[in-house]
Ligand binder design. Structure first.
Ligand code: FE2
Ligand code: FE2
Length: 181
């Protein structure tokens, strides 16, 4: 069986890489140039589909189990689950803005810049908090049965960006990630 904590941490590393790429595009705004909106949409689209669709629901299931075993973490875990809803909402709003821009709509640059920068900071802090406060405790407290329940809580989904069976639509995004490495 794959070590669930290692797999969890690896996904955070990938997500941070994507947020780093998003950061670079937001930096382009400062130079008054056109950011790569297609790439931004790929990043946010991937995070909406994979992270909001699989990673966060799995975490919510793990958090519920962990909260029962560690009452001192209950409030932190409740906040992190709430942040999943905020991230999904903010990500969808940003995705819609980017789709509108690519569809030819006139949207003030500042609106996109603010939405993207807010998403980036919020998401980065969220991941950092999970890494600091949750993963070590989960490794210690959650049992094999807990992890089985976590896996069963969400249908198995393959990661369209990082799994071996990769989707063509993320080719450019993978190229950009490789350039960063
Ligand atoms: Fe999370
Ligand atoms: Fe996470």
């Amino acid at each position: 069986m794959i070590d669930p904590i290692a797999a969890w941490h690896t996904e955070h590393v990938y997500f941070n890489q994507l947020l780093g790429l998003l950061r670079k595009q937001i930096d382009v705004f400062h130079g008054g140039e056109r950011p790569n909106y297609e790439l931004m949409l790929d990043i946010v689209g991937y995070l909406r589909d994979y992270s909001d669709g699989f990673h966060h629901p799995r975490e919510d299931a793990a958090f519920a189990r962990l909260a029962k075993r560690c009452p001192d973490l209950e409030l932190i875990l409740a906040r992190l689950s709430q942040e999943h809803r905020v991230i999904a909402h903010a990500g969808e709003a940003l995705r819609e803005q980017l789709q509108a821009i690519l569809g030819g709509a006139i949207i003030p640059r500042a609106a996109v810049e603010v939405a993207a920068a807010t998403y980036l900071v919020y998401y980065g802090n969220h991941i950092a908090k999970e890494e600091e406060d949750v993963l070590t405790r989960a490794a210690k407290e959650l049992t094999k049965e807990d992890w089985e329940a976590v896996r069963a809580a969400v249908p198995a989904g393959r990661d369209p960006l990082f799994d071996a069976d990769r989707e063509e639509r993320y080719r450019e995004l993978r190229r950009q990630i490789a350039l960063e490495a």
